[in-house]
Design a protein around this ligand. Structure first.
Ligand code: NAG
Length: 395
């Protein structure tokens, strides 16, 4: 074969594989307009990551014996939401003998458990309710160090309640925006009514997709009458809304998922019409702040993001922060005003990143942009601990 024909063959193959790739991509985009496929792409709930581990044996995820109580919380779906109640370490140590004497594993009636009584009967107990991101379960990845970071601020007082949305782990069903929101509301309702923790002793934490759930819950309770406002909300690696997230999402930080399409606005708006799961955090954070500014209910929001997060670009936090700030004033706050006039505090912490704070007479919105921390390692960072401590201090 001559060099010339070899090159011709190569070019033919190259264009063939390009055509195959373009074809595959087009079918992927086509599939995205199908509800069930989209559900899997957005929630990744079948990617459990804890496949061969039993969530009813929390010890294998790095907990002490009976430090965690696995149980179910009733949800409007008719299925139970699978949850873990995690005791803080010093409280565990003080009650070790009583806790070790109890039975282990899934608990049919958590109200009979010593750990639960330690939560309900302590008038100073704090409950951090945890809302995890897409994929995995309560036991996967950096979620366990995350629970420790949440309770580290007071190892006597800060309990953690974490759960799997429907379709995740042991919680039956299929996730939808409304269904996931309902499950989260049911968990918070359980904390208020069964564990009898008042809202001023509840902090809600969310990471990634969990931040969207967190804000849905914040809005839901703030708009109830009478309104219920929790001590504070911590959002790690949030996003503006699902459509903007998909436009900026890069698989493994390199392959843009919808980037090629996002660059063709008419095509992107066409695709957006098929997006069933909208998760508009920018609208929810604004509605939550409007409601609290109107009623005078104190509110605390901390937004945390790492610059090297390659799943959700940190600029989502910058944008969400502005939407929050804009909602604090009846006439809004322009981006220019935010940069130059109104800021309460702005600190450059060098290798630790920057902290920006916006305060009104009613509420505080903080934005902490770390230099490093990726998308999930950041969950175990002490900034999470400090965010909880600051919220508790300011009550
Ligand atoms: C900013 O706030 C003002 C006043 O509430 C509102 O009219 C405007 O739509 C907000 N801007 C955005 C982009 O949401």
């Amino acid at each position: 074969m001559s060099v010339g024909s070899a090159v011709a063959l190569l070019i033919k193959h190259a264009s063939l594989s390009t055509a195959v790739l373009v074809g595959l991509y087009a079918s992927f985009i086509g599939l995205l307009t199908l509800d069930s496929f989209q559900t899997h792409v957005i929630y990744l709930h079948k990617i459990q990551m804890t496949w061969f581990k039993d969530l009813n044996t929390p010890e294998i995820f790095g907990f002490l014996h009976n430090q965690v109580t696995p149980f179910g919380i009733p949800s409007p779906s008719g299925n139970a939401v699978f949850a873990w109640h995690i005791l803080p370490i010093e409280l565990y140590r003080k009650n070790e003998v009583a806790l070790l004497a109890e039975s282990s594993g899934y608990t049919q009636d958590i109200r009979t458990r010593h750990a639960f009584k330690l939560l309900r009967e302590d008038p100073d107990a704090i409950l951090a309710i945890h809302m995890h991101g897409a994929a995995g379960t309560v036991g996967s990845g950096y979620r366990v160090p995350n629970y420790r970071a949440l309770s580290a601020g007071d190892p006597n007082k800060i309990h953690v309640l974490t759960f799997d949305y429907r379709g995740f782990g042991r919680s039956k069903g299929t996730p939808t925006e409304e269904g996931v929101r309902q499950d989260a509301v049911a968990v918070v309702q359980w904390a208020l009514e069964v564990a009898e923790i008042p809202p001023e002793r509840i902090i809600i934490f969310g990471q990634s997709m969990g931040t969207a759930v967190n804000l849905a819950v914040a809005e839901d309770f703030a708009l109830q009458s009478p309104s219920i406002v929790f001590a504070g909300h911590v959002l790690v690696a949030p996003f503006v809304d699902a459509a903007t997230l998909m436009a900026t999402y890069q698989i493994a930080g390199t392959i843009p998922l919808l980037g090629p399409i996002a660059n063709i606005p008419p095509l992107f708006s066409y695709l957006k019409r098929y997006l069933v799961h909208k998760w508009s955090s920018k609208d929810r954070i604004a509605a939550y702040i409007h409601a609290n500014e109107a009623s005078g209910a104190p509110y605390r929001i901390t937004i945390i993001h790492a610059e090297d997060d390659y799943d959700v670009p940190w600029t989502h936090s910058q944008e969400l922060f502005w939407h929050a700030v804009n909602a604090t004033k009846p006439n809004g706050v322009s981006r220019v005003e935010l940069e130059h006039a109104g800021l309460d505090e702005k600190h450059d912490l060098g290798p630790a990143g920057t902290v920006t704070k916006w305060a009104t007479e009613t509420g505080i919105v903080r934005e902490e942009i770390l230099k490093t921390g990726l998308h999930d390692v950041i969950m175990g960072n002490q900034v999470v601990t400090l965010a909880v401590m600051r919220i508790l201090d300011s009550r």
